[in-house]
Design a protein around this ligand. Structure first.
Ligand SMILES: [Zn+2]
Length: 475
């Protein structure tokens, strides 16, 4: 029997070799996850869940997936006994910002606490804390993230992540091409750059293209009375320049007329919900024409509301998996002297009001999903109240509350996220030949996505991590 298993393993290895996959350099390099229920979010119906399955990883890649009765476990190497556990592809957060930390001091343009913590100090913290922030992502089972806009040092951040094994894969955009200036965020390498003409847009895109971005990102802010057509022309110029270099165009556009203008201008990725009014048929048709990816970011606004009314409370997942420094800092409002608290925040603390998920955005998510537009899970992590790492579970829970079935939420967070990473041939599914990015869970995420937070082990690039050890190492 054992001999037969070894032959089977050899066959799988041979198949892998035929597909151009490097065979294992040594059996010690292998990992076998044995007896798990494997969830394939890209599949429909009963096929999405395969009980009693064994996954074999060799080096960085998956080499075998099949019934535990037929897939041989390599004689040496790591074995994870996953009976009674579930395995999903590594999660992807399609919308994060590493230049922001999630604390109160990270967006002085929104709420100014610079008299408590100068913005330069906050950004320096975020840069020096990157190795810890990378670990926080991995601990939450997030093996890939899209940083959809930040200073030019974002490109160095991506290089650092690539060199670091305890880090997610990172796709990146540089500074945002913006309709408005944002001087409070300008420390000499601003994350947001005001562009007033199509020529200036093309120039900035070319400067960014020199750094090989994964996206060009536009911050499409349109205020009543402004010339929408002229703004659309700027977005189109940026998009054309990006597309010529084979780079995708991501656009922040949160009102229906602006989102439609963004789509007409060539947007490939809408990084937020349409939040003002229900989407209409014209929007759906434009979105389908562009094969756009749609990232709802449902939690980011409630995140600000909780944090700025001093009612933010960590979830169980955040207690376990977030950066402990940031969780501690979320209580700072109670400690900051009252004369340093901006009046808008003081009013919110006095009268927090009900904090509810954005109703139109929830409804639009259902409409967009029903129209078969590709949904990508993304948090906008780094914004005030939306912490790197475990905020993915807040986001997925809201998507589920909006009426998206758990399996489809997982799809948005895996195979669709892989599209947002522009790496759908390598990540996002569990199959031989794919990179070994996986999460082993203690509970079934297909019955409720809340269970995706029950992380037992995380595997990235074939390496196995214990989430609690990752967090202990950054305390
Ligand atoms: Zn964002």
């Amino acid at each position: 029997m054992r001999f037969a298993r070894l032959i089977l393993y050899a066959l799988f290895a041979a198949t892998a070799a035929c597909a151009g996959i490097k065979p294992a350099p040594g059996a010690e390099d292998s990992v076998a996850i044995v007896g798990a229920t494997v969830i394939h979010p890209e599949r429909d119906g009963a096929k999405a869940s395969e009980p009693n399955t064994t996954i074999v990883i060799s080096g960085r890649r998956i080499v075998a997936v099949g019934p535990s009765s037929t897939v041989a476990v390599p004689p040496k190497g790591t074995v994870i006994d996953a009976r009674g556990k579930w395995v999903i592809p590594g999660l992807v957060d399609g919308h994060v910002h590493f230049f922001q930390s999630g604390n109160l001091y990270t967006r002085p343009d929104v709420v100014d606490f610079t008299r408590s913590v100068p913005y330069a100090k906050e950004v320096a913290r975020n840069q020096s804390r990157l190795p810890a922030t990378f670990k926080v992502w991995l601990a939450s089972g997030v093996t890939s993230v899209v940083d959809i806009g930040g200073p030019f040092w974002n490109f160095e951040m991506r290089d650092t992540a690539e060199r670091t094994s305890e880090a997610p894969r990172v796709a990146v955009a540089g500074p945002l091409i913006s309709m408005i200036a944002d001087p409070k965020l300008d420390l000499g390498d601003p994350p947001i750059i005001e562009i007033a003409s199509t020529e200036a847009a093309r120039d900035l895109v070319r400067r960014e293209l020199a750094r090989k971005p994964d996206y060009i990102k536009v911050w499409f802010i349109h205020r009543a009375g402004e010339d929408l057509a002229a703004q659309e022309a700027i977005v189109r110029a940026a998009g054309d320049e990006a597309h010529r270099a084979g780079v995708a165009l991501a656009v922040h556009a949160t009102e229906l007329i602006v989102a439609k203008a963004a789509l007409r201008a060539g947007a490939d990725y809408l990084v937020h919900s349409v939040m003002d009014v229900p989407v209409d048929e014209e929007f759906i048709a434009l979105a389908k024409k562009n094969r756009v990816l749609y990232c709802p970011t449902l939690f980011v606004i409630p995140g600000y509301q909780y944090a700025l009314s001093n009612t933010w409370q960590p979830t169980a997942a955040e207690m376990r998996l977030a950066d402990p420094q940031i969780v501690a800092a979320m209580g700072d409002l109670a400690r900051i002297p009252s004369d340093l608290i901006p009046p808008t925040v003081a009013r919110r603390i006095a009268e927090p009001g009900a904090i509810v998920p954005p109703e139109v955005a929830m409804r639009n998510l259902r409409s967009v999903a029903n129209a078969d537009i590709t949904i990508v899970m993304g948090t906008d992590a780094g914004n005030i109240g939306t912490l790197h790492g475990p905020s993915v579970f807040r986001e997925m829970t809201l998507m589920q509350q909006a009426g998206i079935p758990p399996l489809h939420v997982l799809r948005a967070a895996t195979i669709n996220g892989a599209q947002a990473m522009r790496r759908e041939k390598e990540i996002g599914t569990i199959a031989p030949g794919r990179l070994a990015d996986l999460v082993v869970l203690d509970a079934d995420p297909a019955t409720s996505v809340d269970n995706a937070s029950r992380v037992y082990r995380v595997i990235k690039d074939g390496r196995v991590y214990d989430p609690d050890e990752l967090i202990r190492s950054i305390r």
